[in-house]
Design a protein around this ligand. Structure first.
Ligand code: ADP
Ligand code: MG
Length: 426
């Protein structure tokens, strides 16, 4: 244990483990297969990074999201001591061949489930000594939701082919039922698998999703909710305009005191609203994601999401502003099927297309017609002497990452809706 703490401090610069990390590491060191269910942001990656520095051999990480892979590879290579690589669809044929020939040089290998079913990759992996096989976001093994991957059904067979290296499944969301299915798919038996589970939900925040047919119903639902729920509340919107108009509408149609908060307000206005909310001179804030940082009101009783957040991480942050005092609170996601289009459009509008990049680089477009964020990004890459095609490739990747994140959130929100009773009893 003291040794683990030492490695934590010296290699990773952290003073103490986050909840669950040490328990999982100890079980892994003892040779057990482990399922770790820790909340988003709970530090799941540190666990396999650390196993990589405690034992020789390759840590093989199966990861469903490209964005997560690239992020981890970047971080590990930055940490310096060990080489990391991501085997996924973005590698061209030549690079892939080169990498496979020297696979033993890598200490951390990230692979998408699709790639793992590739025979040449399996062959190459059989040549290296695998210290630990990790399945990140392991809930995706189980067949639900839109991004169900049939490749996962082959995971157990591949695991067997690789001589059954020790297995670590990591996820932030797993009901008992999902956990049982995950174990079945991976052919692990409960008796011989260590399960480390931390509550993913904040215990005092009841999560709920209400699906409605249209915008009109949604607005009425907001009015109904704010009148029914007690105590200070926050309603998150994806648009400043709607946050503002809803504040007006709620002031007109309820007896509550409501103000809008977003980054378009000047500092004085924002400060004033914050103060009024802190001192209970306002009941409800209609906000964009700009609301939250540095706001330290611990008795927020409810958080309503009128739109989807930008990502899972944003969502967790935002609903997590409820109930800091530990008193029971509620987080309600309102959802009209198709709501994700708004976020999709926003993502698309801030990430330049290949055509736009080419036009800006070639000075073939009136720049005043372009979105300021897009333009700024393109100019930045130009100033770094990065070619138009390389910049386009980066933007395309970023777009895919953002879309993945959104998908992930949608998944979670709909899951929470369908299975919330189950989630609450685990
Ligand atoms: P998860 O995959 O569980 O969502 P991550 O592995 O991405 O979470 O970790 C979230 C953050 O927590 C990262 O910034 C990571 O560096 C940090 N972190 C991990 N372990 C610790 C620790 N023991 N102490 C402090 N920060 C940590
Ligand atoms: Mg993670």
């Amino acid at each position: 244990m003291t040794n683990l703490n030492k490695v934590l401090k010296e290699r990773f610069g952290f003073n103490e483990f986050k909840p669950g990390q040490a328990a999982i590491l100890e079980a892994l060191i003892a040779g057990q297969n482990v399922v770790g269910i820790l909340p988003t942001g709970g530090g799941k990656s540190l666990i396999y990074q650390m196993m990589g520095s405690l034992r020789p051999g390759v840590v093989l990480i199966v990861s469903p999201l490209l964005s997560l892979m690239q992020d981890q590879v970047g971080r590990l290579n930055f940490l310096g001591e060990a080489k990391a690589i991501a085997l996924n669809s973005t590698l061209d044929q030549q690079t892939r061949t080169d990498v496979l020939r020297h696979l033993g040089d890598f200490h951390y290998i990230f692979v998408s489930p699709e790639m793992l079913t590739n025979p040449s990759i399996q062959r190459a992996l059989r040549q290296v000594q695998i210290n630990l096989m990790v399945v990140d976001e392991a809930h995706t093994i189980v067949s639900w939701g839109p991004d169900f991957r049939p490749e996962y059904l082959q995971l157990a067979a591949i695991h067997a082919q690789l001589n059954r290296p020790q297995l670590l499944l990591l996820t932030a969301t797993a009901t008992q039922k999902m956990l049982a299915s995950m174990l079945t798919v991976m052919q692990l038996d409960v008796q011989h698998t260590k399960i480390v589970r931390l509550s993913v939900n904040r215990e005092n925040i009841y999560l709920q999703t209400t699906t409605l047919d249209n915008e009109g119903q949604k607005r009425e639902e907001v009015r109904r909710l704010v009148q029914q729920l007690r105590g200070p509340g926050v309603i998150y919107f994806a648009s400043r305009k709607l946050a503002t108009s809803m504040a007006g509408w709620l002031n007109d149609h309820t007896d509550l005191r409501v103000a809008a908060y977003h980054a378009g307000l000047d500092a004085v206005a924002r400060f004033t609203i914050q103060q009024q909310f802190m001192q209970d001179e306002l009941d409800v804030i209609t906000a964009t994601s700009a609301f939250g940082m540095g706001i330290d009101k611990n008795d927020i009783r409810y958080v309503i999401h009128y739109h989807l957040s930008r990502s899972m991480a944003d969502y967790v942050q935002e609903f997590g502003r409820a109930g800091r005092d530990g008193q029971s609170s509620i987080a309600i996601q309102l959802y009209v099927p198709g709501d994700e289009r708004l976020q999709l459009d926003m993502i698309r509008s801030t990430i330049p297309s290949e055509q736009t990049v080419t036009q800006v680089y070639g000075k073939q477009i009136d720049e005043t017609l372009l979105d300021a964020t897009q333009l700024e990004l393109i100019h930045y890459y130009q100033s770094q002497n990065i070619s138009a095609s390389a910049a386009s490739a980066i933007f395309a990747r970023r777009l895919r990452e953002r879309l993945n994140e959104l998908q992930h959130l949608l998944h979670y929100v709909t899951l929470t809706s369908g299975l919330r009773d189950e989630l609450l009893t685990t």
